[in-house]
Design a protein around this ligand. Structure first.
Ligand code: 5GP
Length: 111
């Protein structure tokens, strides 16, 4: 079951202050608090999905498209497309997912 008190739910409700570098109807994006690369940004869907499994079970096709499109738009906005970037999606505690709200990491060696 989705935990309404996870840290990203609090950020989405603006109970924890965070500077969004991108926002649209489907996602918000902000810098990771503990960056693991020179550029490390998170893209977080606004709806309460726990992880990719939950997302693919519940989301409309249109939403899946818009969320992925937003990941790529944020990479463009960060100007890391030319340099290259990784998109990381941890699914489940066993894979290292600490925050139980779906999120995509964008990592690039370009600052
Ligand atoms: P996960 O391990 O769940 O895939 O990634 C969670 C990420 O969220 C980690 O990279 C961690 O540094 C980041 N994080 C955790 N709490 C906060 C927070 O309060 N603010 C921000 N900006 N990032 C956070």
């Amino acid at each position: 079951m989705y935990d309404e008190n996870n840290v990203f739910a609090k950020i989405l409700r603006q109970e924890i202050p965070s500077t969004f570098i991108y926002e649209d109807d489907y996602v918000v994006s902000f810098y990771d608090i503990h960056p693991k690369a020179p550029t490390h940004v998170l893209v977080v869907p606004k709806k309460p999905y726990i992880d990719l499994n939950d997302f693919m079970q519940k989301a409309e096709q249109d939403e899946v498209y818009h969320v992925l499109k937003a990941v790529q738009k944020v990479a463009q906005q960060l100007d890391v497309v030319q340099a290259g970037y990784k998109v990381l999606l941890n699914v489940g505690k066993g894979a290292g997912q600490e925050v139980p709200h779906l999120h995509f990491h964008i990592l690039s060696n370009k600052k």
